[in-house]
Design a protein around this ligand. Structure first.
Ligand code: DLL
Length: 435
């Protein structure tokens, strides 16, 4: 086992953790100041020298790093080592503007695999498991990231990547996979495909699902667990920090344990940048303290969460983050009200006739924001009487309005009519931005 994969790190006291974090932070800041002109300039602008950083308490003196900083230094300008030492490159899934490129040295790949291995162990994956990886392989970090972590613990890895869903289902059955790794929306797509192929959850051996890369609600988790007959866990990460493996939920399901000896997490007020106390909701900010090629300092994730430093009943003491509710840039402002797609998802999936597929369409009509929610209903539903269809529409409209405080038009659509996703789902069409 390598020097990084240390189960003990999840069980050390908060003081010990802060000491390790402080030492690693100090060394990282010295290194980036020396090797990355971009960081040296940013620190000089703030009047900070590496010697001003001596412990985790000094973290807030450091400047933030934004996605745009990576884009401005595209492709390799923020790397802290010569390109010769970079052995792998990935890129973020950003759909707008230039992609953000991230690099790894051989040691970085090792520590990444260790973080993923630690996450997989947290949820009970062992060397006896067969791990079906349906995250995309390629520039996206999902496929290869999970792949090497699962290999590291000695599991049998099936590197299927995304797409060709009927083949996925066949392979799940034929190879007897016990662990499924993909986005939550793709897990549901696989469940649909199983139904069409006449394969039931009892024909499969799945016991654990490792889902992430996009926000998903507890209601969706319950549906996935029911349809696939497994226990679902939430894995979080972002390419800029390392990829999957930054944190994962544990069997207690009380938040996601962060690999905090590698990544220091803070929660800030996204508007002012002020660091918020434990338990307050805000934007997650991460600092990498062990990576060589791209040790980002105070990276603004745009992801909304909370932190707790209370030890977990599972026995781990590592800081935990709450399930990510959404990204601040996915937040819709409709008639002045902040709305996350996940709030709507929670309401919809409490209804037994609703399938876990929906699309939110926002438009501006006569200077007024209007929201329409297309909701996919199960097969039995449309055989019901018109009066009951109207009653469901009314109920959904009422529940959405009482949860988010604004009204929405509801359009009930047939099963399988909303486009499925093989990777990250697209849940919102904001036509206001298209004009
Ligand atoms: O999505 C890395 C990943 C791959 C994570 C596979 C988990 C599993 P990016 O493409 O750079 O990297 O996108 C990162 O995805 O800032 C979040 O907004 C979102 N995200 C990732 N995991 C979760 C999660 C990968 N568990 C962005 N819950 C992040 C909610 C998530 N959102």
């Amino acid at each position: 086992m390598s020097k990084y994969c240390n189960r003990e790190m999840d069980r050390i006291s908060r003081d010990e953790l802060r000491k390790i974090q402080g030492e690693r932070l100090k060394a990282t800041v010295k290194r980036v100041y020396k090797n990355v002109p971009y960081y040296a300039n940013k620190m000089k602008e703030k009047g900070i020298l590496p010697d001003d950083i001596n412990s985790v308490d000094d973290l807030s003196k450091l400047p933030f790093t934004y996605k745009d900083d990576l884009r401005d230094n595209y492709p390799f300008g923020t790397f802290a080592v010569p390109l010769k030492q970079v052995v792998r490159v990935h890129a973020s899934s950003g759909t707008t503007g230039k992609q953000t490129v991230v690099g790894y040295t051989a040691n970085d790949l090792e520590l990444w695999a260790d973080c993923v291995a630690r996450c997989l162990r947290t949820v009970g994956v062992t060397s006896s498991d067969i791990v079906h990886v349906a995250y995309g392989y390629g520039l996206f970090t999902g496929g290869l990231g999970i792949h090497y972590g699962a290999e590291k613990i000695g599991a049998t890895v099936i590197p299927v990547s995304g797409g060709n869903t009927s083949r996925q289902v066949r392979l799940l059955k034929d190879f007897g996979a016990t662990v499924l790794c993909c986005t939550p929306s793709y897990a549901l797509f696989i469940a649909d495909e199983m139904k069409s192929a006449g394969i039931t959850k009892d024909d499969l051996k799945l016991r654990i699902g490792i889902f992430g890369a996009e926000p998903w609600t507890d209601e969706m988790k319950a549906q996935i667990e029911e349809k696939l007959g497994l226990k679902a866990y939430d894995i979080y990460g972002l390419s800029e920090i390392v990829g999957p493996g930054v944190s994962i939920s544990c069997p207690e399901q009380k938040g996601l344990h962060i690999c905090a000896d590698h990544f220091i997490a803070e929660i800030i007020d996204p508007a002012t940048g002020e660091v918020l106390p434990e338990g307050r909701e805000g934007e997650l900010v991460f600092t990498c303290i062990t990576k060589e090629a791209l040790p980002l300092i105070r990276y603004r994730t745009r992801d909304i969460s909370r932190l707790t430093f209370e030890p977990c009943s599972c026995g781990r003491t590592s800081p935990r983050m709450e399930k990510v509710a959404g990204r601040s840039d996915d937040m819709l402002i409709i008639r002045g009200v902040n709305v996350f797609p996940s709030q709507i998802e929670s309401v919809l999936l409490r209804h037994s006739q609703v399938e876990p597929h929906y699309m939110i369409i926002v438009d501006r009509v006569n200077n007024l924001d209007v929201m329409e929610v297309h909701v996919e209903m199960n097969d039995e539903f449309f055989s019901d009487k018109v009066s009951s269809i109207e009653a469901v529409e009314r109920k959904l409209r009422h529940d959405i309005e009482s949860t988010i405080g604004i009204s929405a038009r509801i359009k009930l659509v047939e099963n399988r009519s909303i486009q499925r996703s093989e990777g990250k789902a697209r849940r919102v069409i904001d036509k206001r931005k298209l004009y």
